[in-house]
Design a binder for this molecule. Structure first.
Ligand code: NDP
Length: 288
């Protein structure tokens, strides 16, 4: 039987409704959540991402600002701007769109963001909190995957989850969040020999590789849940995931198409983080 194909639109719209209601409650008490997105240079894909993020904020009632800086902006200038947002009480989330121009060190810049406003969850303090299971900022893409699993009724506890990829943005935090949900987690990467012997054991398979049609039926256990994080563009500009969807949907029990599920969920979790950051800031002000 072909897999259940997850409907991203329904999922995203119900979560955004919850976020909209939380944002409205904060706004009513004078604490409208606010997000600032900073983009340096003219990367066309980044321009689209930034526009989409601003639109998504608008949609749920989050105040947003987009700062477009020229390619030749220095690292010091960018950091000085971040410091102003750290102090700005209207701003609860600061997002620096990557990639940054080569003369700017992304890690150095991220280190300057107030961890309480680091809605991407890239700051070492937030990464550390994630590691020790402390509540707070959650990384958007992996958090989105957990929400997809939970809200489609996939049991995570006790299951074997295999994550393909070990990047700081997706693979590693994905493994951490799955562990938190009591899965048994294995991470495979480009140096893993005979990868399919491991992926074939997965009850839940999450692919974050960045290679089109990389996951084939011989990687997938019949009945597995397959989550495709990959975003790849073919020669015609068409977006595809890592998973050979047509082939794998015949074997998996549940599958996410690309585009349409993990991408929009990532933006949705950015909105969630911004509203949660605003809520924490409001509570902190009350208790002072
Ligand atoms: P990276 O390039 O940073 O990481 C890719 C990972 O895949 C690496 O750990 C690499 O292993 C592993 N890999 C590469 N080749 C193989 C192979 N042959 N076998 C096994 N593992 C392999 O990418 P990201 O993690 O940043 O992103 C992954 C994908 O997810 C991309 O397509 C990206 O566009 C997409 N993405 C989508 C998001 C969304 O919102 N939907 C958000 C973020 C990313 P090694 O470490 O050994 O090199």
């Amino acid at each position: 039987m072909p897999a259940h194909v997850i409907n991203g639109k329904e999922l995203v719209s119900s979560i955004r409704e919850e976020i909209r209601s939380d944002a409205a409650a904060l706004t009513a008490e004078g604490n409208q959540p606010g997000l600032v997105v900073v983009i340096v240079g003219e990367d066309p894909a980044s321009q689209v991402y930034v526009r989409n993020k601003a639109k998504a904020c608008d949609d749920v009632g989050i105040y947003s600002e987009v700062h477009r800086l020229p390619e030749q902006t220095t690292q010091e200038e960018l950091i000085a701007l971040i410091h102003t947002f750290n102090k700005n009480s209207k701003i609860n989330g600061i997002l620096v769109q990557s990639p940054l121009p080569k003369h700017i060190n992304e890690e150095t810049v991220v280190d300057e963001i107030d961890p309480a406003k680091d809605v991407d969850c890239f700051h070492p303090v937030n990464v550390g909190n994630l590691m020790i299971g402390k509540d707070g900022m959650k990384p958007c893409t992996p958090h989105g995957v957990i929400e997809i699993l939970k809200r489609t009724g996939v049991q995570i506890a006790g299951k074997h989850a295999v994550v393909v990829g070990r990047s700081n943005i997706v693979g590693k935090p994905m493994a951490m969040l799955l562990l938190r949900e009591h899965a048994t987690v294995t991470v495979v990467h480009s140096r893993t020999p005979n990868m399919e012997e491991i992926t074939k054991q997965a009850d839940i398979l999450v692919s974050a590789v960045g290679k089109a049609n990389f996951i084939k039926t011989h990687h997938v256990k019949p009945g597995a849940v397959v989550i495709d994080v990959g975003i790849n563009r073919n020669a015609e500009g068409k977006v595809t995931g890592d998973v050979d969807f047509e082939e794998v949907k015949e074997v998996a029990s549940t599958i996410t198409p690309v585009p349409g599920v993990v991408g929009p969920m990532t933006i949705t979790m950015l909105l969630r983080n911004t509203v949660d950051a605003a809520s924490r800031a409001a509570r902190a002000n009350v208790s002072v």
